[in-house]
Design a protein. Structure first.
Length: 621
């Protein structure tokens, strides 16, 4: 019995000892918690408030942009700074003193700072940018006087230096500060309030590639911003990707000079893969003006210019295709076999339909009897009026226009583009509550009326002829490269935009007929070229009923006798606002000559025998 009691006592003692250990441990923890929170709490709270991590963003350099040769960049970055003010950090009553001091250091007037920081914002704690494109020397002077400039800050803000300017501005575009409206949409994509983003062109289309990844510098500072840690933790920025475009700078310059100072556009396209070798729109603008403080006023000035220099006429402006549309009509007639190609129609110079007289504007008193080949060569309106109205009809014409890509998006890699328009009978009834008439079909048959296209649509139309039924998506990006080692990250592959089932024999006949336009038709003189065989179609689009304003079109491809891989399509449009001179075919011939003979504009006009036109060309400039 005694042995049993001894065991119970021993167990109770062990349990009691264990209890004391647990209780003591728990008491120690309670004491520590009490000490941290109550006794020493104010000390730790003060330390947590005063010791902070200051994070400075290190902006990433935007990627550079090159032409197709990838040798010298068309767009680079230049070091620069921006100066900002947080008005609420300026002691009360000291604003005028600080603003005057800052203006003096910046080499500007105090009124310029006052304009950006009006009285209603002078207690705001939002950062307000007062000067951009500030050189390092000025920043050094501001830093030396920082004690007298409370609320004044600066940051690195590299600016875009557009090495290539002129007509390439519509292709490359420009950059600017992100707006409040843009940040609402783009915040989840990693953009911040001080981000610089592409506004137009390639800069906007491929902004995510060009942006790069900002870096960070982290330091421990006290409540006054004084650095506590000696060594910063740095996460270096990553430069944006470099872009290689399909644009050939030499051909771009050639096309720019050939168009001259005429309101209009020029496009050079490789039909075999959709690469855009040149895209010119006049008037253009200088992207570098958006690097200055008065960028907003410069933009407003451009936006209010009646000639609309911000408009890329190659892909955003729409025009009647005029007689270039007869290329589509010829294809439709040959395919449908509703009217024999060898059958002739008499052109007396005008025809009456309903209560209206339609005059063949190319020639009066008329072309006489013409078959399809000669009707295209002479651009006879009467032939296409009759055959379009009586043998094709609006629905089939509209269907073939769509087959060539008219009325649809080009899907070119630019942020804005027009789809153009192809009318139908049902559309007119919905839009105007009127029946489609035979006169509407006649107008449509010669590329007038409601049909509207961009110059790039017309280039695609001719590319389909070259490719015998295929249109490739036109594109401006050729390659994406790593800036660190120049290795190719991505290569853009040709992509078919549309493919037709039209027979190859039809395409061969259309090609021969387009060559005949150059050798024996309306373009025989301005498109005469001893070295290069050219095929194409002229066009003159009437823009008012007084018959004195015309858009001048020319679309051509060359060499006619070469494989499609070696051909280019050239389109030139000169708007009716210019003095009438039928310049489009001359400019097209000059561009083709320069491309294949590796000549400048001056050398091309010399060899083509167009030297006498130089005075006319200079008058436009």
């Amino acid at each position: 019995m005694m042995g049993v009691n001894d065991d119970s006592v021993e167990k109770n003692v062990r349990v009691f000892v264990l209890f004391l250990i647990i209780a003591a441990t728990f008491a120690v923890y309670l004491f520590k918690i009490f000490s941290f929170q109550i006794v020493e709490g104010s000390v730790y709270r003060t330390q947590s408030r005063t010791n902070q991590i200051a994070v400075n963003t290190i902006p990433a350099q935007r990627g550079e942009i090159f032409d197709r040769n990838a040798t010298l960049p068309m767009v680079v970055n230049s070091d620069s700074f921006a100066v900002s003010v947080i008005p609420g950090e300026i002691p009360k009553g000291n604003y005028d003193t600080v603003a005057s001091k800052l203006a003096s250091l910046l080499g500007s007037k105090k009124t310029e700072i006052d304009r950006k920081i009006p009285s209603r914002l002078r207690r705001s704690f939002s950062s307000i940018e007062v000067k951009v494109n500030v050189p390092y020397e000025t920043i050094a002077k501001i830093a030396e006087n920082s004690t007298d400039l409370p609320g004044v800050y600066w940051r690195s803000k590299p600016i875009r230096n557009y090495v290539e300017t002129g007509s390439i501005s519509h292709v490359i575009g420009y950059v600017g500060d992100i707006t409040k409206e843009e940040i609402k949409v783009m915040y989840n994509q990693g953009y911040k309030e001080n981000s610089i983003i592409g506004k137009t062109g390639i800069e906007k289309q491929y902004d995510s590639l060009l942006q790069g990844k900002p870096g960070q510098e982290r330091r421990t500072v006290d409540v006054r911003g004084r650095i506590i840690s000696d060594t910063p933790v740095i996460e270096p920025p990553e430069m944006g990707k470099n872009l290689v475009l399909t644009i050939d700078s030499r051909i771009q310059k050639l096309a720019e000079e050939a168009l001259g100072n005429r309101v209009g556009a020029a496009v050079v396209l490789r039909p075999a893969d959709g690469e855009v070798l040149a895209m010119v729109s006049y008037p253009y603008y200088d992207q570098d003006i958006f690097n200055n403080d008065d960028a907003a006023s410069k933009y407003a000035e451009l936006a209010n210019d009646p000639n609309r220099p911000l408009l890329n006429r190659a892909v955003n402006a729409i025009y009647p295709p005029a007689s270039t549309f007869k290329t589509i009509m010829t294809t439709a007639i040959l395919t449908e076999k509703s009217f024999p190609a060898e059958k002739k129609v008499e052109c007396p110079g005008r025809i009456t339909y309903g209560d209206r007289v339609f005059t063949c504007h190319i020639k009066y008193p008329g072309h006489g009897w013409l078959d399809l080949k000669n009707a295209l060569a002479q651009s006879c309106d009467v032939y296409y009026w009759v055959v379009g109205r009586d043998n094709l009809g609006v629905d089939r014409i509209a269907s073939y226009a769509k087959e060539f890509g008219f009325g649809d998006s080009l899907n070119i890699d630019l942020p804005a583009q027009s789809e153009g328009f192809v009318p139908t009978a049902s559309w007119k009834e919905r839009r105007y509550h009127e029946r489609w008439l035979g006169g509407d079909t006649m107008n449509m048959s010669i590329g007038q009326g409601y049909t509207l296209v961009t110059p790039m649509h017309v280039a695609n139309m001719m590319a389909m002829v070259c490719n015998e039924g295929k249109i490739y998506k036109p594109h401006l990006l050729k390659e994406v490269r790593n800036p660190a080692d120049n290795s190719v990250v991505q290569t853009v592959q040709p992509e078919i935009l549309h493919e037709s089932n039209i027979e190859q024999s039809v395409w061969k006949e259309v090609q021969r007929d387009l060559r005949y336009v150059i050798t024996d038709g309306t373009a025989v003189y301005p498109m005469h070229n001893k070295k290069i065989q050219i095929a194409g179609k002229t066009g003159t689009a009437e823009v008012n009923e007084s018959h004195d304003h015309w858009h001048s079109w020319m679309v051509a491809y060359a060499p006619y006798d070469a494989p499609v891989e070696d051909q280019v399509v050239v389109v030139v449009l000169v708007e009716a606002v210019n003095d009438w001179e039928w310049w489009a075919p001359y400019a097209t011939n000059i561009i083709i000559q320069g491309i294949f003979q590796n000549q400048t504009y001056s050398e091309s006009i010399e060899e083509l025998g167009f030297k006498y036109l130089e005075r006319l060309h200079q008058r436009q400039e």
